[in-house]
Design a protein around this ligand. Structure first.
Ligand SMILES: Nc1ncnc2c1ncn2[C@@H]1O[C@H](COP(=O)(O)OP(=O)(O)OP(=O)(O)O)[C@@H](O)[C@H]1O
Length: 458
């Protein structure tokens, strides 16, 4: 990342200082330290240690640290501390790029702020505006929102405004400041006071100075843990080089190997997640899709099933690549390589969180070589090839081909019911997976045997 102009920089190597510190020593109130200890946070993580004192001093902060390193605590704790010092309704706003992340942050704030009675409202798309208007009318202390829906309320909900706001956080800030959210963010910034604290956090940051300036930071300090974009030490990363048409066979083989573990598989399209989940289910593997064209209820239901380990495999688009904290994810598979290299860092960061270990494997086909090289360039290293016994993989070919045919028929059936599909045409495309609650999908993760043998429970 290029340095921003007029920005102080605090750069810390993660292991630079062995001395222990407490949350109170960072300047936080004792109630918050107690709340941290209830969550079993015994000491601050490096990003919390560096960013919290600066935010408490009233500085605007740009916080950069690897995935799963406790950035949420690094911005929520100082915000809660200031709220305690100056209690006020509609005190803080946290913007996130996805709905699921907004709910997750609200859960963390409620856990940290339960003893001090903090009230939050989650304002995201896909949910009834009216019930959200009622929540806003109760004037919560903190609003956690996706930009589009917040603008909707700012423009259409009578009596709601953010004119007294004191604290703005953009989590996954590089994503929020990119073009997709440009108009919404500009409108939000125009509706909140200039005099406020602004904190931007992410594992990757935009290098475009203008974009950061759009967030209208005042004399910001950039806190950066490590100098290079890094993936976590305990994350083992590999690639497999395979022909495009063999992706499904390799996926099934790897999921066999990962049986008993929770796996997130990233696909590039909504229809890809749906097709692949139908394929896996046809093989008795409990998989659930999560993508942006599902209804919000189904998105949350899918995530909850995966979180509760009722489904072993979550097939997702990049809607799930940022911020989601599901500690038991052991493997990440990039079924499709991400088009934006930085998304790779976020995707693989869904595993090996908070000091745990994890494995990430990326499928590279004959068409992905350039994209893959860009990722290696961003990481500053070459990844090893994942060791596979080719004959073991190929022994699954027949069963997978049969499952592909079943998945194709299931997909067609969904399209005919208007619940999903990849073809355009007479019915509205929703890509909703209407079948997730069927018997077929509710099995325990099974190992897929080669043709001629049945799936065996593990
Ligand atoms: N001080 C701490 N001690 C122990 N665990 C912590 C501490 N702070 C946060 N955690 C835990 O670490 C996990 C990851 O934290 P968090 O989700 O904030 O990561 P992140 O840096 O925001 O990651 P991402 O870039 O993927 O959004 C969470 O489960 C959180 O509860």
């Amino acid at each position: 990342m290029e340095p921003e102009s007029h920005c102080d920089v605090v750069e810390v190597a993660e292991t630079s200082n062995g001395t222990k510190m407490t949350f109170v020593e960072l300047g936080l109130r004792a109630e918050l330290e107690e709340a941290c200890s209830l969550l079993k946070w015994t000491e601050p993580t490096p990003i919390q240690r560096e960013a919290i004192p600066l935010a408490l001093q009233g500085r605007d902060v740009i916080g950069l640290a690897e995935t799963g390193s406790g950035k949420t605590g690094a911005f929520t704790l100082p915000m809660l501390n200031s709220l305690l010092a100056h209690p006020q309704r509609l005190f803080g706003l946290i913007l996130t790029p996805t709905r699921e992340l907004a709910f997750q942050i609200s859960e963390q704030i409620e856990a940290l702020g339960s003893s001090i009675g903090v009230k939050c409202a989650v304002i995201v798309g896909g949910i009834d505006m009216m019930s959200q208007s009622l929540m806003l009318a109760k004037k919560p202390h903190i609003v956690i929102a996706t930009p589009g829906r917040l603008v909707d309320h700012l423009e259409n909900t009578k009596g709601f405004n953010l004119k007294s706001l004191k604290y703005l956080v953009m989590d996954e800030a590089d994503r929020i400041l990119n073009m997709d959210f440009e108009q919404e963010v500009d409108k939000i910034l125009k509706s909140i006071p200039r005099e406020r604290r602004t904190l931007l956090f992410s594992a990757t940051m935009t290098s475009k100075v203008q974009k950061l300036q759009r967030a209208s930071l005042v004399n910001p300090v950039r806190v950066q843990i490590s100098s290079k974009y890094q993936t976590v030490d305990k994350l083992l990363q590999y690639y497999v080089f395979i022909p495009l048409k063999m992706k499904d066979v390799y996926l099934v083989h790897l999921l066999n190997e990962a049986a008993g573990h929770s796996v997130m598989v990233f696909c590039s399209t909504c229809s890809g997640t749906l097709r692949t989940s139908l394929l896996l289910r046809a093989l008795g593997i409990s998989a659930v899709p999560l993508h942006g064209q599902m209804t919000q209820n189904k998105r949350l239901a899918a995530l909850n099933k995966f979180k509760a380990r009722n489904r072993g495999v979550l097939l997702a688009t990049d809607v799930a690549s940022r911020g989601l904290d599901i500690p038991h994810v052991d493997w990440v598979i990039n079924y499709d390589i991400p088009t934006h290299s930085k998304d790779y860092i976020h995707r693989v960061g869904r595993t090996a969180r908070a000091g745990r270990s994890g494995k990430a494997i990326s499928f590279v086909t004959q068409y992905d070589v350039e994209l893959y090289q860009r990722i290696e360039h961003l990481l500053g290293k070459k990844l090893p090839l994942y060791g596979l016994e080719e004959s073991d993989v190929m022994s699954l070919q027949e069963r997978v081909a049969e499952a592909q045919r079943v998945a194709k028929m299931d997909l067609r059936e969904l399209e005919d019911k208007g619940q999903g599909g990849v073809r355009g045409g007479r019915k509205k495309k929703t890509f909703d997976d209407g079948n997730d609650d069927t018997e077929m999908s509710s099995g325990v993760r099974k190992r897929v045997r080669n043709s001629g043998s049945n799936g065996r429970k593990r």
